[in-house]
Design a protein around this ligand. Structure first.
Ligand code: ADP
Length: 586
């Protein structure tokens, strides 16, 4: 009987524990708590059983004794289940927490919370937490979006309840959130600045800002620009300077208070471009009022350069610095510009490459063209030779008499056959000249000889156009090469000079010794060649004047197969100067 009281005591105590467990479950409704409640529910039963055992020991069957260890086993199992559930629930909650952090709005709230707490922690030791609570209340009144924020027992701002209230925040709400928090931060900084020099405040908060993640740093740019970059200067102003500044800076969304604190939170009501404009305007006016010989610009530049990297990256990326007034971050602007130049140059090169590619494709086509021409020319030449032979026979009366008119007409036919043959010979010269054959035909000859021959040939043509040809050729100057081909090449150029120079123009032919080369130049006072055409005129079949376009192609082919060089200098409207370099000796 002595055992009755302690058993009853134990029974009631375990009932109380069970009651508390059920209460806790009701609040949190977690599965693992349910297992705990179940385990705890069995414990009073255990004591009840003990009581029965004590009271009716003799009457219960010996088998009923098993009930005791059986209940213990069930309790153990229920506890194990509860623990297992607890662990897995902890894990999923972690995952949920992580998911929350991925959300930009939550990250933003937490970042603001951290910075606010940085200030609250410092101010509360100076003026007590009550004042801070008042400030928070005022902020919530002005910005209901902050509803749910409170200062916890640990004297820290808590925003968790807010997170649950807001769900997913839309873009425009992000701006409202920034506005609300910026307002709170401005108030906190004002409180803190009453006790601590502003520059010190800036240094501390800069460290906090440097920890903010990249994806939300953009929302803190106004804070950095106004509170970190500019406000230090305002806080140090004399009262009359501050007065003129407050008058001068009349920009919607920004306000300077009597202590020199910038209240910038309303700037979030504008888009990013407008915000930037407002900041630049603010800065310009500030420089007008406070600026002294670039000193201020230099100091502001210094502050910009010392900003945390995450902020700097953001500012640089948006090319915002290019809009800053002169004297601020000038070097950085140059770097940015040269980057742009580089890109421009790349684009330019790409264009040139594309052009070159197109030309290459054209050149390939040209090669096909010249192979084709080669075959056709040969095919035409054979029948042409027999036509010529028979025409000559008939013309000379060897196949019977012909009258005068017939002879006249046949002379014309013969002349045209000659022209055609010459043209075909020209065409055949375009494909590469056989170098072995060329070697055999090479000889040393005087330049003056071929020039004189050319002059004889074209004399009439020049006279017809009333052109004067001035010749200045070194007497002893020689060339080593195929005399006929080289004469042809030079003649083509001289003929062009006459063709493309108006009546009464002048042509100068000079030839000088230049080291191991003879330098021949044919200059005219003609119409000149356009820049775009200069490279093309040496290509076969390129003619702007409705000609065949082979003259220069042949000249180039001849000169280059002799290992020489040919090029032209030309000014449109003034004239052209063709140059040829050819080896003097073997
Ligand atoms: P063609 O005279 O049959 O047109 P060319 O190969 O001799 O062919 O010349 C190619 C082009 O180069 C000409 O159509 C002409 O536009 C230009 N050209 C050549 N020589 C001169 C020159 N001395 N002055 C101006 N343009 C020239």
């Amino acid at each position: 009987m002595n055992a009755f009281l302690p058993v009853m005591l134990n029974f009631f105590m375990s009932l109380i524990i069970l009651f508390i467990a059920i209460k806790v479950y009701n609040i949190y409704r977690r599965k693992y708590l349910l297992w705990f409640v179940f385990a705890l529910f069995l414990i009073p039963l255990l004591f009840l059983y003990s009581l029965i055992e004590i009271l009716y020991l003799s009457k219960i069957s010996p088998y009923a004794i098993v009930a005791y260890p059986a209940i213990i086993i069930v309790v153990e199992i229920a506890t194990i289940m509860a623990q297992k559930n607890l662990f897995s629930s902890l894990k999923t909650e972690e995952a949920e927490e992580y998911k929350l952090l991925l959300r930009e709005d939550i990250a933003l709230i937490r970042a603001f919370e951290k910075i606010a707490n940085y200030f609250i922690g410092r101010i509360s030791t100076l003026i007590g937490i009550k004042n801070i609570e008042d400030v928070l209340e005022e902020c919530i009144e002005s910005y209901p979006i902050l509803t749910g924020c409170y200062i916890g027992m640990d004297e820290k701002l808590k925003t968790r309840a807010m997170e649950e209230n807001i769900g997913e925040i839309k873009e425009e709400n992000m701006e409202r959130l920034c506005e609300a928090f910026s307002y709170l931060l401005t108030k906190l900084i004002d409180l803190y600045a009453a006790f601590v020099p502003y520059r010190e405040i800036v240094e501390g908060v800069e460290k906090e800002i440097s920890k903010i993640e990249g994806k939300i740093i953009k929302y803190f740019i106004p804070f950095v620009l106004f509170k970190i970059v500019l406000e230090p200067f305002l806080r140090e102003c004399k009262s009359d300077e501050l007065k003129s500044l407050r008058l001068a800076i009349d920009i919607k969304g920004i306000y300077i208070n009597r202590k020199g604190g910038i209240e910038y939170h309303k700037i979030y009501r504008y888009d990013v471009a407008a915000r930037e404009k407002k900041f630049v305007k603010f800065l310009e006016r500030m420089l007008t009022v406070l600026g002294k010989k670039g000193e201020l610009e230099k100091n502001i530049t210094e502050i910009f350069r010392k900003l945390p990297n995450n902020v700097k990256e953001e500012i640089y990326r948006y090319e915002f610095i290019k809009k800053l007034p002169r004297g601020i971050l000038d070097e950085e602007k140059i770097v940015l510009m040269s980057k742009e130049k580089l890109i421009e140059e790349l684009i330019d090169r790409k264009k040139k490459l594309e052009e070159a590619y197109a030309r290459l494709a054209e050149a390939k086509l040209d090669k096909m063209k010249s192979n084709f021409v080669d075959i056709i020319a040969h095919e035409i030449k054979t029948p042409l030779t027999s036509i010529k032979t028979y025409t000559d026979l008939i013309r000379k009366g060897k196949l019977g008499r012909i009258n005068k008119l017939q002879k006249e007409k046949l002379d014309k036919v013969a002349k045209n056959i000659d022209r055609l043959t010459k043209l075909i010979d020209d065409m055949l010269q375009i494909p590469s000249i056989d170098s072995k054959e060329l070697e055999l035909r090479k000889e040393i000859f005087y330049v003056k000889d071929i020039i004189n021959k050319i002059l004889d040939d074209i004399d009439e043509m020049a006279k017809e156009k009333k052109q004067k040809i001035e010749v200045n050729v070194e007497k002893q100057l020689t060339i080593f090469g195929d005399k006929n081909l080289i004469e042809k090449a030079i003649k083509n150029i001289v003929t062009n000079a006459i063709k493309y120079t108006p009546e009464g123009g002048k042509i100068f032919i000079t030839a000088n010794n230049e080291g191991s080369y003879a330098h021949i130049s044919i200059k005219d006072t003609g119409k000149g060649i356009e820049k775009d055409d200069i490279e093309k005129i040496f290509e076969p079949f390129y003619s702007k004047e409705g000609g065949i376009g082979l003259g220069l192609a042949i000249a180039k082919n001849v000169v280059e197969s002799h290992g020489g060089k040919i090029w032209v200098e030309s000014v449109v409207g003034k004239g052209s100067n063709f140059h040829i370099l050819l080896r003097r000796e073997k």
